[in-house]
Structures are given as C-alpha cells and as structure tokens.
Design a protein. Structure first.
Length: 105
C-alpha cells in the first residue's frame, strides 16, 4: 500500500469526475485562500484561482467540503460572510389566523 501526503494540510478537497485530479481549497503563503489542482499521479499542484479571504467555513466538524458541479466545471463551498440587513415590507397583508373561518356572521 502506497501512502502519499498531499500539500496543504487539513483543508477541504473534492475529486475530479475522472479521478485524476484532486481539487483543494487551501491557504497560500500570503495567508489568503486559493483553489489548487493536484495531479494524483505525480503529486504536482498548481493554483487555479485566488479566493482572497473567502475561507472555507462550517459550524460542524468535520464538515468542511467542496462540491463539484455535475458538469465538472464549477466548485462550490461554504463561507462565513456575516452581514446585517433591514428589510421593510410595504403593503404586506398578514394572513388571517386559522381560526378566523370557524365563526361566520
């Protein structure tokens, strides 16, 4: 049995559709995040895209994961981008309570 250690540490990974490439989201030397493609046969990795400060995030451990789209052209992962918003709904009619139809006049 051959054991190989891929670079990048405990960051989320996903296999390509053909199983020849392992995609990994990991922190770069500049402490930013990037998406890397690792060739399984050689172990060589290359950066595909910078992700800036969009770090993979989950409340559950181990829950970090990447997901490959069905066509194999896109990868999605969860990030923590908290923000606050106030929504004002004008003209909204609240629903009648369930018991309003029980008594008719």
């Amino acid at each position: 049995m051959t054991v190989r250690h891929f670079p990048g540490g405990p960051f989320p990974v996903v296999w390509s559709r053909d199983g020849r490439t392992l995609y990994q989201m990991r922190r770069t030397v500049s402490r930013q995040y990037g998406l890397f493609a690792i060739d399984v046969a050689s172990g060589a990795g290359r950066r595909i895209r910078d992700a800036g400060d969009l770090a993979p995030y989950t409340l559950l451990s181990p829950g970090l994961r990447l997901s490959l789209s069905p066509d194999g052209k896109s990868i999605v992962y969860a990030v923590n981008r908290p923000r606050e918003e106030i929504w004002l709904l004008d003209g909204l009619q609240p629903p009648r309570p369930w018991y309003a139809g029980l008594w008719r006049r």
